[in-house]
Design a protein around this ligand. Structure first.
Ligand SMILES: O=C[C@H](O)[C@H](O)[C@H](O)COP(=O)(O)O
Length: 241
């Protein structure tokens, strides 16, 4: 049995996902250290002649893909995509995800929702029995930050969870600003007993732009660990577009 380091596992999951790509596809490109491997492998195929058109989910991924010569477009120009491959901060057996550790959750959710298929790539450390191991990121407007934080706390309590809600920073006194010009609140709630209710209630708060709960979006998770690749959900062969 081969033992993979966490980074080798991420690359192994990305290598499995790359097999789903067909010529002519319109792809959504995720963000983060796992998605980075996918974009890297895709760049290799593009250099060898593969013709695909891609929508990146962050400026970081846009820069990486552009440097590799991957043809890029926008979600406005291509509002329907064939396949999105993205990482996750955690996933459970019902393919519910927490995303946004890199702050890209809004564009990631827009792109995943616009895709016929979303496939997640992850190393085994991301697999959880109960959601909430990773602090839940919530993208909020800068205006009304404290009012929004109070409402998030109240809605969370109704959904059975509580904990610190921390403004993400990128250094002392410097709030992290998303690609969309917003703040991120990281909600340290611990276990989320009712993720669906929490997702719905967070979405109803005016200052919440989007939250990192992705429910009902992923068709499959390709999970790589020391024992090899495990597929959660159904990884259907992708039809050529
Ligand atoms: O905002 C970032 C994304 O949701 C990432 O896909 C997520 O944080 C996982 O990132 P990584 O692959 O680096 O663990």
């Amino acid at each position: 049995m081969t033992t993979l380091s966490p980074d080798e596992a991420k690359r192994a999951a990305a290598a499995e996902a790359i097999k789903l790509v067909r010529p002519g596809m319109k792809l959504g490109l995720g963000t983060g250290s796992t998605a980075r491997h996918f974009v890297d492998l895709l760049g290799g195929l593009v250099a060898a002649g593969l013709d695909v058109l891609c929508v990146p989910t962050s400026e970081e991924t846009r820069a990486q893909a552009a440097a590799l010569g991957v043809a890029l477009t926008t979600i406005d120009a291509e509002p329907e995509l064939d396949l999105t491959v993205d990482g996750a901060d955690e996933f459970d057996d019902s393919l519910r995800l927490v995303k946004g550790g890199g702050g890209a959750l809004l564009r990631e959710k827009i792109v995943a929702t616009a895709s016929k298929t979303m496939v997640v790539i992850a190393d085994v450390s991301k697999h959880v029995e109960i959601m909430g191991k990773f602090p839940l990121p919530v993208e909020v407007t800068r205006f009304g930050l404290e009012a929004t934080r109070r409402l998030i706390r109240a809605r969370a309590e109704e959904a059975g969870c509580a904990g610190e809600i921390v403004l993400r920073d990128k250094g002392p006194g410097q709030p992290f600003i998303t690609d969309n010009g917003n703040f991120i609140l990281d909600c340290h709630f611990g276990a989320l007993p009712r993720p669906e209710q929490l997702a719905q209630d967070l979405s109803a708060i005016p200052g919440v732009v989007e939250h990192g709960l992705f429910i009902g979006l992923a068709k499959a998770v390709i999970c790589a660990g020391p024992g090899g690749i495990e597929i959660f959900g159904r990884l259907e062969a992708q039809a050529p577009p």
